[in-house]
Design a protein around this ligand. Structure first.
Ligand code: AGP
Length: 613
């Protein structure tokens, strides 16, 4: 779970690499480093902390060269320290490697290499790759140094196991950069007389939008004038470059102080863009399998974190509109539990990044059980989308803030669309009902534009409550997962203790943690469960809680009598209301974190894409 960027071109590579690393910081930010090929030798600069620290160190060292690689790290093996920062070198210092992922057999390889005389300087699994390439260079033959390096890399790949993507530079091959992909992301950016290797597109999007998505087992060989891709069999492949439509500005903050805030405000557009393709895409995905769809008896949803909460909402939707039983699992649990083998099952994996190792692992298990698979994903070309039978893309643009906001509401929107299309296709929804639901869905972007208008009420409220030790979120039915998401968001960015519960459940235990002044957020739209939520408000208030009701205008009148504060959200249909209800909770997390001085876009201990188990 790290970020890699490599540059080969005619300019000094340092600014390209530092800038690319900043764009990749969401993948990890506990240390960073660069290696630049300067006059035939490699100059490496590394620093603990964020890329800004590396930038300062690089300014002092001032390396210059037109071939270089860089890395921003999220520690897996070995603490965050300068010695464990990438790039890592072989014994000679002529080979450098940057790596993302885990080499599972690194201890065996390390022992073997040690007995052959190799000496290690770090605790990382990555360093094994550099030494193994060094060792393998002794056992391959070729006419040129470039061919030698490629052969040594191929031999190395055959010996290491795990999920990994890495980049290599060799002092003897200036103007050459080699990249490897196996179950961790790696893309190639094709520019004019300059080419890039990276973990993700924003790293080089400023310079080119022409991208090659590497497949597992492929090796990319980059030179100034082009890139070659070699398949697992060593033969040259000719993948078609993809033109990315995201521009750099989309991937940047757009004037907001934090990506999280920008992404909250992006939501009306994100939902609109997601819906734009829903009819055609779901029509295609579901239409292809009409026969099979009729026989569909089970749906398994697998996801992690926020995407899991979207899956929980999706369960209500699919069972309501398509009448198909749904189980929702945390991907990390699904992978290791006994899942009965049934031929009539569809597994749906939800993931913003499409690179979450747990979700990919669970999806592979579902495949191995013979289930059909569908991904709901935001990242084109990601591993998950290439592993699934079909994908519905949430088109919400790059989500940079570690705390997911717009991806979440786009995922729920997609689940709603999927449920009604599924219900329509399997005959559970009449055409009339489907048309009504579809119309309501199409009105969602407008309602979302209203929802994001009221940042002020929440901002103002947080002045009073931001120092509270504990926050509680309650909801019922389709709003229960929103309570979970509200709590997760707050924990992630403000480090406050927060818990979400089904409102009907508090009397079975959780009410004991409510104390004088504990802020309790009630998700209580004016629906069939409104009265029950009013009772929950009374119960909490009687224990001294500071009750905040999140409701619509229709509910506000009664909510005022039982809550200390009312936050209004626009009205939608009962089943779409959760998409709007989460917005004040996103603002809440943002403002509490801001008042507490937290690092909002890159909270401590977290990373955007969790590409390790
Ligand atoms: C969301 O705010 C979190 N950062 C995290 O829970 C995230 O949703 C989870 O890691 C899954 O990521 P994915 O959607 O990229 O698979």
């Amino acid at each position: 779970m790290c970020g890699i960027i490599g540059y080969v071109g005619n300019n000094n590579s340092v600014p390209y690499i530092i800038d690319g690393l900043k764009k990749l910081e969401y993948r990890g930010y506990d240390s960073a480093g660069i290696s630049i090929l300067q006059n035939g030798s490699l100059v490496t600069v590394r620093a603990v902390g964020k890329v800004a620290e590396l930038e300062k160190a690089a300014l002092l060292a001032n390396p210059k060269g037109s071939t270089g690689i860089g890395h921003t790290r999220w520690a897996t093996h070995g603490k965050p320290s300068e010695e464990n920062s990438h790039p890592h070198t072989d014994c000679s210092g002529d080979i450098v490697v940057v790596h993302n992922g885990i080499i599972e057999n690194y201890l065996t390889l390390r022992d073997k290499l040690h007995s052959l005389g190799h000496r290690f300087k770090s605790e990382t699994d990555t360093e094994v790759i550099a030494h193994l390439i060094e060792e393998n260079l002794k056992h391959v033959s070729a006419e040129t140094d470039a061919e030698l390096l490629i052969k040594a890399v191929q031999k190395t790949n055959a010996e290491i196991s795990g999920a990994f993507a890495y980049g290599v530079l060799w002092a003897r091959t200036p103007g050459l950069l080699v990249g490897v992909k196996n179950q961790s992301p790696m893309v190639v950016g094709l520019g004019e007389n300059e080419n890039f290797l990276a973990s993700d597109v924003p790293a080089f999007l400023k310079h080119t939008n022409k991208v090659l998505f590497l497949e597992d087992g492929e090796i990319a060989v980059l030179r100034v004038d082009g890139a070659t891709v070699l398949g697992k069999d060593g033969k040259v492949k000719k993948p078609k470059p993809v033109k990315i439509s995201w521009d750099q500005q989309t991937a940047e903050k757009g004037g907001y102080p934090h990506f999280m805030l920008k992404e909250i405000y992006d939501q009306p557009q994100a939902i609109e863009d997601t819906l734009r393709t829903a009819r055609a895409d779901f029509g295609k995905i579901l239409g292809l399998n009409t026969e099979a769809l009729r026989g569909l008896q089970n749906i398994h949803i697998i996801a992690c974190g926020t995407a899991y909460h979207a899956g929980l909402v999706g369960k209500y939707y699919i069972e309501q509109f398509a009448g198909i039983p749904v189980s929702v699992d945390l991907a990390s649990e699904y992978k290791y539990r006994t899942v009965p083998h049934r031929v009539d099952t569809l597994a749906i994996a939800i993931s913003q990044s499409g690179e979450t190792a747990d979700t990919i692992g669970a999806l592979k298990k579902a495949k191995s059980l013979g289930f059909r698979t569908l991904a709901i994903c935001n990242v084109l070309g990601s591993t998950l989308t290439r592993t699934c039978d079909s994908t519905f893309f949430t088109h919400c643009g790059p989500e940079i803030s570690v705390a997911s906001t717009k991806a979440f509401t786009s995922q729920i929107t997609s689940m709603y669309a999927l449920a009604i299309f599924l219900g329509n296709a399997n005959g559970n929804l009449s055409q009339n009902v489907f048309d009504k639901l579809y119309k309501e869905l199409m009105a969602l972007p407008k309602a979302m534009s209203e929802a994001v208008k009221d940042e002020y009420t929440v901002r103002h409220l947080t002045r009073k409550i931001y120092k509270a030790d504990r926050f509680i979120f309650l909801g019922r039915n389709v709003n229960f997962p929103i309570a979970l998401e509200g709590a997760l968001k707050l924990k992630e960015v403000s480090y406050r203790s927060a818990e979400g519960f089904a409102a009907g459940e508090i009397k079975h235990g959780p009410i004991s943690i409510i104390d004088k002044g504990t802020p309790v957020f009630m998700l209580m739209p004016y629906d069939s469960l409104f009265e029950k939520m009013l009772s929950a408000c009374q119960e909490c208030r009687a224990r001294g809680a500071f009750v905040v009701a999140v409701t619509t205008e229709q509910g506000a009148k009664q909510a005022k009598d039982v809550a200390d504060k009312v936050i209004l959200v626009p009205q939608a249909s009962d089943f779409l209301q959760p998409v709007l209800n989460v917005v004040p909770l996103q603002f809440l997390a943002y403002w509490i974190a801001k008042r507490l001085g937290c690092d909002i876009d890159q909270p401590r201990n977290l990373a955007k894409s969790v590409t390790v188990e």
